[in-house]
Design a protein around this ligand. Sequence first.
Ligand code: NAP
Length: 277
Amino acid sequence: MRTLTLPGGEAVPALGQGTWGWAQDPARRSEEIAALRCGIDLGMTLIDTAEMYADGGAEELIGEAVAGRRDGLFIVDKVLPSNASRAGTVDACRRSLRRLNTDRIDLYLLHWRSRTPVAETVEAFEQLVEAGEIRYWGVSNFDRSDMAELVAAPGGSEVATDQVLYNLTRRGPEYDLLPWCREHNVLVMAYSPIEQGRLLGHEGVTEVANRHDATPAQIALAWVLRSDGVCAIPRAGRPEHVRQNVAALDVRLTEEDLAELDANFPPPRGPQPLEML
Ligand code: NAP
């Protein structure tokens, strides 16, 4: 598995597994668990979840899927903005730990900006790090100006990650957020890298895929992963999709591919507000 480095020096997989929308349909549960375990076996040991997903149900599904094999995993979880006060963050984290059936979250993110001053949430994150309940903390859906405000707040420069919507159809972050994160050594985690499946039928993506004997999903992932300092967390609920996604790490896009994709999905020419799903 290709890896990227957190600000503290720890390596994390360039490709992880998302879990939004899981644990909602009992008929799909066993395949979701099988997909997650298949991904872990293939090196996708970074697992992304949130207390919001299925109201904690996705965390419980992960807890079940990884029982007995917690070591070696890197679990990313998120606190809801409505819980992001100092005491609320700590309580939410402990509820998540119980659902995950683990004693630590590897990376704990603020899901999106909260009305609570960000410095207060950072204080809670620091308390959780000190207690060993989380190992690193970060944010999600923070635009460049939010990041600048965060690093200026007490303790804010310890931020490890910004998890944002970034894919071929959502290229806004390339203009300013990605360069800012690179400069400040903040890992970018690209969510919805396949645009929730909407990129699969795109003609321009299919053409490039055909040249590589690859699938559109693999091209969408290879494109996100071409950027320095960016990892991706696709959600794949079927083992065959998981296997395809891991193989996307071997797809090398050529100059011709990239030019063609630029023509179909133009890069930003100026600052654009960060989009979110
Ligand atoms: P996504 O990963 O872009 O797309 C998921 C869809 O793509 C699913 O329908 C999946 O179908 C399909 N898919 C995956 N691999 C495939 C393949 N090889 N071939 C064909 N289809 C494939 O969308 P997402 O779930 O929105 O984003 C990924 C993760 O990012 C989420 O699960 C969540 O963990 C995180 N996220 C975070 C935020 C945030 O605010 N921080 C927001 C959105 C998402 P199957 O299930 O049938 O495989």
